[in-house]
Every structure is written in structure tokens, then in C-alpha cells.
Unconditional design. Structure first.
Length: 208
């Protein structure tokens, strides 16, 4: 069975972000997907220190939730990352987590479908949305979209439940993501995945 991994970057297990992700999970289950939700926001996640030990060890030198999540990410067909907005950006926990998860894992993420979800009271949502999407677009991951930017509004879970358009956006996002995963799997079986070139790594070492 195809699997979708969801990350909740909020420290509130049943808050605004969780409410948005729960709406998606309902659709994923109807579409026949297995899902797993990981609570990132309640953990103490430190940032990457650029030690590059992961290239030697095959995992991050800080043995925490990042390393626990890595094999789940590898086997998943899709990844949903949810975060509240803190000062116009995703919160620090999820950013540190994503930096280390993507940098320390060396398996191919090519054609895994990604989706970012943000929750805010009023503003900062699209800026946060853009930040999270960049993890996908540097990794060859198609990005799922919806009928509006993937966001919900509210100060509490109860507020988000009143954001009917936001919840509708989550359901449409989940349906689109489900379709993309199924379509990519079908195309992979028929034609194989697109070729990926890795010959060049431009860093201008000659100083020109």
C-alpha cells in the first residue's frame, strides 16, 4: 500500500496545524493510502552544524527524531509538512528538522510528492509556504497544489474548524496529492522515472 508521511511542526498536538492535517488524513484514507503522522513540534530539535558526518555515517550525528523519521521518509510516496507561522516564517523546530532530514538522507527523493501546509492567525502564511516548498523543489519532488494556497486561518483549532474554505483547500490538496502519487506510480511502472543528471556541481573553485 502506498504511504504518505505527515509532519506536524506545531508544539500543539491538537491545534490549528493538526486540524488542517487531520482534514487531509481523512481524504488520504478514503483514497486508499496508509498514513503516518509525526509530531515534530513537541521535540527538542537542534539545527544542522554542517559537520558532514552524515556522509560518513549514513545518518545525522545527532541521533534523534530526524534519524527515526529518515527510513519512514524513504519508504513514503508522499510527504506533507505542516507548520504554524512564527514571525512570518515556519517555526524553528520544523526548519531545523527539515534541514537535517533532507541533508543527512542520501536516498533519492525524486518523484516523491511533497505538500506544505501552514496555519496562521492573520499574516505570514504565503512567506512560510514558500520556505517549506523549497525543500521539495531542490530535491526533484513534484509539489501538490490546491484550489488556494495551502493554508488555514485561526487562533485555535475551533477557529480553524470555522474556516470552511481553508478546510476545503486541505481536502482538495489531499485529493490532488493522491492523484499525483497514483499517476506517478502508474507512469513509473510503464516508462520508468525521468533521467537525473549529476555530472556538474558548479561552485566556481577557480575564483572566476
Amino acid at each position: 500500500m502506498s504511504k504518505i508521511l505527515l509532519l506536524n511542526g506545531s508544539p500543539h498536538l491538537h491545534g490549528c496545524t493538526a486540524t488542517a492535517l487531520d482534514e487531509m488524513i481523512k481524504v488520504f484514507k478514503k483514497e486508499g493510502f496508509d498514513t503516518e503522522l509525526i509530531q515534530v513540534g513537541v521535540k527538542g530539535i537542534r539545527g544542522c552544524i554542517s559537520c558532514n558526518k552524515c556522509s560518513e555515517n549514513g545518518k545525522c550525528v545527532f541521533d534523534d527524531l530526524v534519524n527515526e523519521t529518515a527510513p519512514l521518509f524513504e519508504e513514503a510516496d508522499g510527504l506533507v509538512v505542516g507548520s504554524p507561522v512564527y514571525y512570518g516564517s515556519p517555526n524553528g523546530n520544523i526548519l531545523s528538522f527539515m534541514d537535517r532530514l533532507f541533508y543527512s538522507t542520501h536516498f533519492s527523493k525524486h518523484m516523491k510528492v511533497g505538500a506544505a501546509v501552514v496555519s496562521c492567525r492573520r499574516g505570514g502564511n504565503t512567506a512560510s509556504f514558500d520556505v517549506l516548498n523549497k525543500y521539495f523543489t531542490i530535491s526533484g519532488m513534484p509539489v501538490a497544489s490546491s484550489t488556494y494556497w495551502n493554508q488555514v486561518h485561526g487562533f485555535s483549532a475551533e477557529d480553524v474548524k470555522k474556516d470552511l474554505e481553508g478546510l476545503q483547500t486541505m481536502r482538495n490538496l489531499a485529493r490532488n496529492m493522491s492523484f499525483m502519487i497514483k499517476a506517478i506510480k502508474d507512469a513509473k511502472d510503464r516508462y520508468g522515472l525521468p533521467e537525473v543528471e549529476r555530472e556538474y556541481f558548479t561552485s566556481f573553485p577557480d575564483g572566476k
